[in-house]
Design a protein around this ligand. Structure first.
Ligand code: NAD
Length: 494
């Protein structure tokens, strides 16, 4: 009863219920969308689902607001606050959408079939199947790059999914508690409390900042024994961190990290990982290379993206994609080169932009407009066909003139609809949290770019991320988490 009332005005409930939706229509073209990340979800948000038989396939039945994932590793934000169930927003679409929680294991380009596997723990359930498509959008993202470095997959934590953040949170507490175990040796205490982050991109920098905050604001108070030995080190192969930011902000970040007592080890490349230490090669000012062992308790690996096997396999089936190494090469309308009915968005596509959430979201919104327009074009063309037949068999000159005017009007509308330009990315800027309530921002305005860093930028960072959250529900939950962390401190239970 509540769903149909004034709650709508507050954005808390919407009036449409799955029972009120038009059923999926298998007579329409089947549009299969892979993934529920930034690209696919922003496409779904704006897509008129009544034009197609829409099927979504993703191993995650929720959208994850990834920019706030580093905050989940320390409990500043609870992970459910940044998750939005797919079912929640699909029920607001005019026509029903089919959702399968499954991995797309293979795409057969020739046969136009996606093979899926649900990997469910429920015994006896059907777990693999095939989904045919007329049109396909690949928005499966990327996996963590390890560059084949031995030991990374076995011993390091990543920071891409909710499970990763939960694992890191447990590991931090495990290291702290184990270091205070009765008669723990001084070397073990030092090792356990050494938190190493590999990769000085925004993911590594934001996580290092959050972790140091957790220590300075909470851990130090609740577990004073770890005070002397807790230490965060950021390891980066290049000469500086945050290469995509301006020089002035890189320097500001490095200075802030120094004040926060986070060690940055630049020009240091990790070559091997064991369960207790990493082996890294660092280049000194004289150009000499030194190999050293760095013991760690927690190792977080944030060295960027790599292709998923399902994308690699699809590329191997399309001759025009054979030379590409980094992902599916797309044209200016995001069509996968060498195909006519496959589009790609987000981190699995290469369209001359960095693999960011901002790019993926804009690409998804562009595809929604394109698909809505394609459906509208088809509709008008069918109407035109019908009218020209009516005109041919019209009994009088008046009737023929009337139909002729209608045809002219439709032709004008068709020209307008068809006038959609190619995808153009509009860069709004880059933002990153760097700890101790400071953030850095490279912002693009009409008048040019400007760089800013500090506490004011931190409030800007907060409000920008809040406004980008998926729903009002998410926004409220995030604000409550921030208030909770400020008032009571972060939760240090495992
Ligand atoms: P990244 O690709 O931006 O950075 C990875 C870093 O790891 C690189 O600087 C690389 O030199 C370093 N590295 C690689 N191998 C190494 C090794 N063996 N030893 C030491 N260092 C090594 O990765 P990311 O931070 O995960 O970001 C991925 C993408 O997502 C980027 O395009 C980024 O811009 C975007 N992103 C943006 C934000 C933001 O804007 N706030 C946040 C997260 C991610």
């Amino acid at each position: 009863a509540i769903a149909g009332t004034g709650w709508v005005a507050y954005g808390i409930y919407e009036s449409r219920h799955p029972a009120d939706q038009a059923d999926p229509d298998s007579n329409k073209k089947t549009l299969v969308i892979l993934g529920t990340g930034w690209g696919s979800v922003s496409l779904l948000k704006k897509l008129d689902t009544e034009n197609y038989n829409v099927v979504i396939i993703s191993p995650r039945n929720y959208f994850l607001f990834t920019p706030l994932l580093p905050s989940c590793t320390t409990g500043t934000i609870e992970h459910r606050s940044i998750m939005e169930p797919v079912r929640n927003f699909l029920r607001h679409k005019k026509a029903a959408v089919t959702f399968y929680e499954a991995d797309a294991t293979k795409i057969d380009y020739e046969k136009k079939i996606v093979y899926i596997n649900d990997g469910s723990d429920v015994k006896g359930a059907t777990s693999s199947n095939e989904v045919p498509f007329d049109m396909l959008v690949v928005g499966v993202g990327a996996e963590n790059a390890t560059f084949g470095i031995p030991g990374v997959r076995e011993h390091a934590c990543f920071l891409k999914e909710v499970n990763d953040a939960q694992q890191i949170r447990k590991r931090i507490m495990d290291c702290c508690e184990t270091s205070t175990f009765k008669d723990q040796s001084p070397e073990e205490i030092k090792r356990l409390l050494h938190m190493v982050v590999v990769g000085g991109g925004p993911t590594g920098v934001e996580f290092a900042g959050e972790l140091q905050d957790f220590f300075s604001n909470d851990l130090k108070k609740w577990i004073p024994d770890i005070k002397e030995n807790f230490h965060v080190t950021l390891v980066e192969a290049l000469p500086n961190v945050l290469p995509m930011f301006s020089k002035q902000l890189i320097e500001y970040t490095e200075k802030t990290f120094k004040e926060e007592t986070i060690t940055i080890r630049t020009k240091t490349t990790v070559k091997n990982v064991t369960d207790k230490y990493i082996e890294a090669e660092s280049t000194g000012p004289d150009g000499k290379k030194v190999l050293e062992k760095i013991p760690y308790g927690l190792l977080v690996w944030a060295t960027g993206n790599a292709l998923r096997p399902v994308v690699k396999d699809l590329m191997s089936q399309i001759p025009a994609q054979k030379d590409s190494r980094r992902g599916l090469v797309v044209n200016e309308y995001l069509v996968v080169k060498g195909t006519e009915n496959i589009w790609a968005v987000g981190d699995c596509a290469i369209a001359n932009y960095a693999p960011t959430a901002q790019v993926a979201a804009q690409e998804g919104a562009f595809l929604a407009r394109l698909f809505n327009q394609m459906a509208r074009t088809e509709e008008i063309e069918m109407e035109l066909k019908h009218l020209s037949h009516v005109q041919e068999v019209a009994p009088s000159k008046e009737k023929r003139d009337e139909v002729f005017a209608q045809i002219k009007d439709l032709q004008r509308r068709l020209r307008r609809v068809k006038q959609m330009g190619p995808f153009e990315y509009s860069h709004q800027g880059s933002l990153a949290y760097i700890g101790s309530e400071k953030a850095v921002a490279d912002i693009s305005w009409l008048t040019g770019n400007f760089a800013t860093g500090g506490t004011l930028t931190y409030f800007f960072w907060r409000s920008a991320y809040l406004s980008m959250c998926f729903s009002t529900r998410n926004r409220i939950l995030v604000i409550v988490d921030w208030v909770k962390a400020k008032m009571f401190g972060r939760d240090v239970s495992r």
